[in-house]
Design a protein around this ligand. Sequence first.
Ligand code: AMP
Length: 135
Amino acid sequence: MGLRQARAPHTVGERRIDAVTGPSIFTRILSGDIPGEIVRDTDRLFAIRDIAPQAPLHLLVIPKTEEYRNVAELAAGDPGLLAELVALAGELAAEHGDGDFRLVFNTGEGAGQTVFHVHAHVLAGALPEGSLGQG
Ligand code: AMP
């Protein structure tokens, strides 16, 4: 799969070193290492149900590669893969609901990102107008 392992910086004395932290939680779900509900598996993407849903439908669409930490990196590095991801989000929203959906990419810790393996939140099901950003 050619996955690049996620690295977390650590400081030892004056030296900053990179430690290999291993595959992301999403990669571990895909490989069956840890449980998760995989709802779609394609050549370059997969989708799972979010463990802590914030809408009646809450899926995560994730590139198989860990090369991109966030959507800005993905857009710059492989815009075709980003387009595939958006198309798959739409397909899943149609399959699991009426086709309307909200697509959210938390980008950076300050925006609530906790897993640094790019993923889109696909939210759907009676989302109120004006609810964006409330939490
Ligand atoms: P973010 O905070 O944007 O990085 O999104 C990470 C998402 O991953 C959160 O919505 C979590 O609920 C979700 N998540 C974390 N662990 C799991 C898991 N084991 N299975 C499914 N979703 C998970």
